[in-house]
Design a protein around this ligand. Structure first.
Ligand SMILES: Cc1cc2nc3c(=O)[nH]c(=O)nc-3n(C[C@H](O)[C@H](O)[C@H](O)COP(=O)(O)OP(=O)(O)OC[C@H]3O[C@@H](n4cnc5c(N)ncnc54)[C@H](O)[C@@H]3O)c2cc1C
Length: 408
């Protein structure tokens, strides 16, 4: 039976929970806020199915393929504005629903304190899935529900981070022609407990209820930022260099242990399509960079290629070399490094206030004078040689939090 001794060997996908014929595996939350399987040994019949479907026990080829790669953006600007990058997920999901299919993806919970996989079958509900939620989402019984839909012959689009795609594939144990798997490139998944702590801190700080969260607000552009407050309605809008939660995420303090050695990045992708932000677009295809978001699309299977081809009238795309596509996006093939302070960060998360945590872990990073000069020279050289001569070196996006003032 499954027994997680080394936490870096469990991504929390819940394939084991979904496969168990005796329902004897539950997920338990640890002190860092991540879920791990726990077997009730008194009910377990030692069938080993949980171990068989664990994606960590699967052998797939090492990542070597250089698939067809595109820069792409949806023609519908409203939808692109609501999406994290170029809105390609929405085009795919829309088509599956139009064909009477169902779409699985990640939505915030109603109270906005956590994120989880949900199933939708109406175009109106697509807004729940749009946009990245930067915290680990709970999959619950979603793999079992996907299987039921597949067995009924429904078209299914399943979306998630690569380890969730691998978990589903492993759980299903056979190919389904009616399944389209779409993965997002993943930097790593932050602790849901940290998100909850930040959430409650903000509600207390503003004495207001958070009623909307957008991790990828584009009101000042895909790469720009701002801090806005307006009267009764308070909206906090900080870019990723200002927002303390985003800082803790992007400095890699708060990720799941398995993210620092992500198996999904080492092995060939199990998805049909990989979508992401096309970071570096201004240097690769400047004419596709209008600062409203451009997606990177990597075609992993013939099924993925076919659906993209069928939907060509809904989006604009330019083919690029695989190398150009991923050169500014190392998260496609490389795990982030574990900071030395990572373990003490979680100890502090449980003992300090959010303000104290922020003071300790979000100090401005000191960059030496020499490094700064080196970067400046590199950026000048780059601008001289880039087509069109314009290069935005920084990529910035904002985290928007709308709060509603409670009555005095
Ligand atoms: C935790 C996380 C880390 C990421 N890291 C990177 C990165 O390093 N580099 C990069 O280029 N892109 C990264 N992305 C992906 C990127 O932010 C966009 O999701 C991607 O560009 C697709 O955008 P879109 O405009 O096509 O559609 P969108 O509408 O933005 O796509 C939303 C999709 O994201 C899925 N999703 C949202 N939140 C989660 C979640 N918590 N867990 C699993 N799936 C989720 C939804 O199911 C849906 O399929 C990350 C996403 C997440 C969730």
């Amino acid at each position: 039976m499954i027994n997680i001794v080394d936490k870096s060997k469990c991504c929390g996908c819940q394939a084991c929970v979904n496969i168990c014929p005796k329902n004897c595996i539950t997920m338990e939350i640890d002190a860092e806020g991540f879920l791990y399987p726990k077997v009730n040994e008194s009910i377990c019949v030692n069938c080993s199915l949980c171990e068989k479907v664990c994606p960590f026990n699967k052998e797939t080829p090492i990542r070597e393929k250089k698939p067809d790669t595109y820069a792409a953006k949806i023609k519908d600007d409203d939808v692109r504005n609501q999406s994290s990058s170029g809105g390609i997920f929405s085009i795919l999901a829309n088509r599956i629903i139009e064909e009477d299919g169902v779409v699985y993806g990640v939505a915030m919970a109603e109270d906005l304190k956590s994120a989880h996989h949900i199933r939708i079958e109406n175009v109106e509900d697509l807004k729940l899935l749009r946009g990245s939620k930067y915290l680990q989402a709970e999959t619950g019984d979603i793999y079992s529900r996907v299987k039921i839909d597949l067995e009924k012959g429904k078209k299914v689009l399943f979306s998630g981070v690569p380890c969730q795609i691998n978990g589903l594939k492993s759980f299903l144990r056979k190919e389904y022609e009616n399944l389209l798997m779409v993965e997002v490139i993943c930097h790593g998944t932050p602790s849901p407990a940290l998100w909850k702590k930040y959430f409650e801190y903000l509600e207390n700080k503003f004495n207001a209820k958070i009623e909307k969260v957008n991790f990828r607000e584009k009101r000042n552009g895909w790469k720009t930022f701002g801090l806005i407050e307006d009267g009764e309605r308070i909206s906090q809008y900080l870019n990723q260099h200002q927002d303390p939660y985003m800082q803790m995420f992007l400095r890699d303090y708060c990720l799941r242990p398995s993210c620092y050695n992500c198996t999904a990045k080492k092995l060939e992708s199990m998805a049909d399509l990989t979508i992401a932000d096309f970071w570096g677009i201004q240097d690769v295809v400047p004419e596709m960079d209008d600062d409203k978001g451009t997606s990177l699309v990597i075609v992993q299977s013939e099924k993925g290629a076919k659906i993209l081809e069928r939907l060509k009238d809904k989006y604009v795309r330019v083919r690029v070399s695989f190398e150009d596509g991923v050169k500014s996006n190392p998260a496609y093939y490389k795990s982030c490094s574990k900071p030395t302070e990572r373990d003490s960060f979680f100890v502090d998360m449980n003992s300090m206030s959010f303000d104290e945590l922020q003071t300790k872990y979000c100090k401005p990073i000191k960059i030496s004078f020499i490094k700064r000069v080196e970067w400046k020279i590199k950026s000048i050289i780059k601008q001289m040689f880039v087509r069109g001569g314009v290069s935005h070196s920084k990529f910035e996006y904002g985290l928007l939090i709308l709060l509603n003032k409670e009555d005095e």
